[in-house]
Write a protein that binds this ligand. Structure first.
Ligand code: SF4
Length: 344
């Protein structure tokens, strides 16, 4: 059986033609899948029954319900999805008043092996397909409405399990469908794609998408960054920033550098000067992230006061600096904690 979710309008047009349906049927199928959230072809009630039956011989919508929901004391909810081959991936809904942010995964596991990250520790299982990424959005958007009929997902951050640009094609298809008028019709500025600096696909990504971008920096001194982020050896952050400087970040598209502040590791004046040198004159925001203790690592996060001092020093150098409120740590849903290692 093939899956309709994750197919572009062009692909659905081809499918409709192959089924012998008139061309306007493709528009109706897209509406059922991406706007009305159909879970079964038989629900597509404005399509002739014969056509639905023919379609259902070879296709399913391809929706998969989450298999587990865990709720944090702060209201954050973590979800487990089980995909083909027993692959397990997690996603998180973060609530801020009536605003909901979905933290979505793009790979089961990750190859990048960042030293402070639980996903990195579990190794790489496989890439997610576009339909699996979109299924997370679709299912959890429904879940929001079940929780409260006024809620919907407002923002999506591609910051869950995996390096999105290491699964570029499927992530690009997901972004196309999330933002297309015939798809979920979300503004690209409600979506942030995070990367640790995966240079081979970065230009293609920047040229062909409009979403906001977050780069995991965590240390601006290359000889130290490589100790916590092995990607630095292959694709130095200086090269990444050189490429980013070729784009316009003053208008709608926003660029953020993520920086987990570790105690005595990347929080000194030397590190602030290195950040200032690296990002000098680049319109961007620096988002400081409190570290959540990850099993099997010896890292210690900076305390609240040190984070605030660090932020103040960056601000005094002219950088737009924020401190991220960490949520969901008690259910291992906070930044860097997603892992399905024990369950695989
Ligand atoms: S921080 Fe991101 S890129 Fe690094 S290992 Fe974890 S999931 Fe992969």
């Amino acid at each position: 059986m093939q899956v309709l979710l994750g197919q572009t309008s062009e692909q659905i047009t081809t499918i409709a033609k192959q089924t012998g349906a008139p061309s306007f049927t493709a528009k109706q199928i897209c509406e059922w899948i991406y706007k009305k959230g159909a879970t079964d072809i038989m629900q597509m009630s404005n399509l002739p029954l014969k056509l639905r039956e023919k379609l259902a011989e070879s296709y399913t919508v391809g929706r998969t319900l989450y298999s587990k929901e865990v709720i944090s004391a702060d209201g954050t909810r973590k979800y487990l999805f089980e995909y083909s081959g027993g692959v397990l991936v997690e996603a998180v809904l973060i609530f801020d008043g009536n605003r909901v942010t979905l933290c979505i995964s793009t790979q089961a596991g990750c190859k990048m092996n960042c030293a402070f990250c639980a996903t990195g520790k579990m190794g790489f299982v496989r890439n997610l397909y576009a339909n699996e990424i979109l299924n997370i959005y679709s299912e959890l958007n429904n879940r929001c409405r079940e929780i409260n009929s006024l809620l919907k997902i407002d923002n999506i951050v591609f910051m869950g399990m995996g390096e999105p640009l290491d699964n570029y094609q499927e992530v690009k298809t997901s972004l196309d469908i999330l933002t297309a008028r015939w798809g979920y019709a979300l503004s690209p500025h409600r979506i942030t794609v995070s990367t640790c600096g995966f240079l081979p696909k970065m230009k293609e990504f920047l040229d062909n998408t409009q979403t906001d971008v977050a780069v995991s920096l965590h240390n601006a001194i290359p000889s130290e960054r490589k100790d916590i982020m092995p990607i630095e050896k292959a694709f130095p952050i200086e090269k990444v920033v050189e490429l980013l400087r070729q784009y316009d970040w003053k208008k709608q598209r926003r660029l953020t550098f993520e920086y987990i502040v570790f105690n005595n590791l990347n929080d000194t004046a030397r590190h602030i000067n290195a950040i200032a040198r690296l990002l000098n004159g680049l319109p961007c925001r620096i988002n400081l992230i409190p570290f959540n203790t990850v099993p099997e690592t010896l890292f210690v996060g900076a305390d609240k006061d040190s984070m605030q001092q660090f932020a103040a020093k960056l601000k005094s150098k002219g950088f737009n600096t924020t401190i991220r409120q960490s949520k969901g740590a008690d259910i291992s849903a906070a930044c860097g904690l997603l892992s399905t290692k024990e369950r695989n």
